[in-house]
Write a protein that binds this ligand. Sequence first.
Ligand SMILES: *[C@@H]1O[C@H](CO)[C@@H](O)[C@H](O)[C@H]1NC(C)=O
Length: 516
Amino acid sequence: MNGHVIQLVLIAFIIKSVVSLKLLIVFPAGARSHYNLGNALGKGLANLGHEVTLVAPFSEPNPPKNFKEIVFEDVLKKYIDADKSLNLFDASHVSPFLYLFILNYFSSLMMEGFFKANETQDLLRSNETYDVVIVEQFLSDSLHALAEHFNAKLVVFSTVGSNTWTNNLVANPSPLSYVPDIFLGFSSDMTLLQRAYNLLFSIVAQLNLHFIAYPKQADLVRKYIPNAPDFTKIHYNVSLILLNSHESISQPVPYVPNMISIGGYHVNPPKQLPKDLQEFMDESKEGVIYFSMGSNLKPSQLPNRTKEIILKVLGSRKERVLWKWDEDQLKDQPRNVKISKWFPQQGILAHPNCKLFISHGGFLSTIETVTMGVPILALPVFGDQRLNAARAVALGFGNSLSFVTLSEEEFSSKLEELISNPKYRENVKLRSELIRDRPMKPIELADYWIRYVVKYNGAPHLRVAGINLPFYQYWLLDVIAVYLGGFILMMYLLKTLYRYMSKSNKQGKLSKKKKQ
Ligand SMILES: *[C@@H]1O[C@H](CO)[C@@H](O)[C@H](O)[C@H]1NC(C)=O
């Protein structure tokens, strides 16, 4: 055998001898974008040799081998479909404070639905064991009990990078002076008023978590996994947090050692476009504007005035437009606009003729457009979309507009600026380079760390001590109390001493007088 063959045989042997793990991945949220992340994680890890079971309310048409799905019915969808008048664009008016409580409500509906589903009950009653349980973090902390139930290591996946929900689990420091809450839409550079707002909002968010959301999750565990240990014991027993974020687009923030950024892992090398689309894009000599509000928002529900403005402006452009539209017809459809209920987004963004992405500013869309190097015009609506849009503006690869106050002049001039001024494309190209410049592919990074926590029995050595401290110790409230107490005591003593001295002084003077 020559050296080359020996090398190949050795490599094959090494690959074979790498253990494959049994992974249970649970993504309960009934939102396509969340499922897409769970699906990409599951498929990516299955392709790396693991035996994956994905539990989610959607299913995969072409599952690879080692990839099993448990599909349960999404109760939220039933609820939302029943309400024909529901318009997600209305959510843009909701105050972030109210948003917290709306999320509580929906997440408890979602989690009740998950635990009640026959599929979940069958899974819980099965005698399966897994090496690792990976759960999506979306006010779904009760899922942490599954790791204990299946005798597995617990890995938490955050769809939006680090935030209050994930930081609490591993005691990750997140200074309020420069890390805005994701629902506020502030950038890292906050004014005094914004920082004050950030503090107030964070206090309310923490109170909500500790006094409403976590107790609700504990109830769910008691109800559906009755022999689980006390919730506080399992809740914080997190071995690893996988973050769907990366410094190339997310604000750089501190991470404790068991938080790993794998943002961008769901983006694949673009596949061949369908023939008609390929031709449409190839032939668009002036370029293509791609317009999509993501998988949840229905553009037909945009305010009429906004729709009219958009159609008028897009119809007057020399570029061709692809608009992801949720109905069969688009009234007054301009000749240069092509609609469809679904587009292969990554493939379109990767086409050299794609000039601009008009988007709701969702996080996945932002990651994809950055990876493919296309500037973005964001029309954010709710959740983290405002924050993503603010970052696109701050990093100079996009612009942001309100779909509510949109005017023809503003829309038209921002569109023109983004397409004709090369600085946006240059900035996004830099970000694209940054997100690709990693020591290993992000899915391989996830694989490495998952194996790592199994190898070192949950890797307790990565956990910071802060996770074991009670609240008052973590924030040094006891130390502050000691200093404050000491200070008050000292003032009291000084005052008493002063009184005593001035009294004896007076008496001294008096007695002196008497003697005279
Ligand atoms: C916490 O996690 C470790 C490592 O996975 C495990 O050995 C331990 O039993 C878990 N503790 C509880 C209370 O679940």
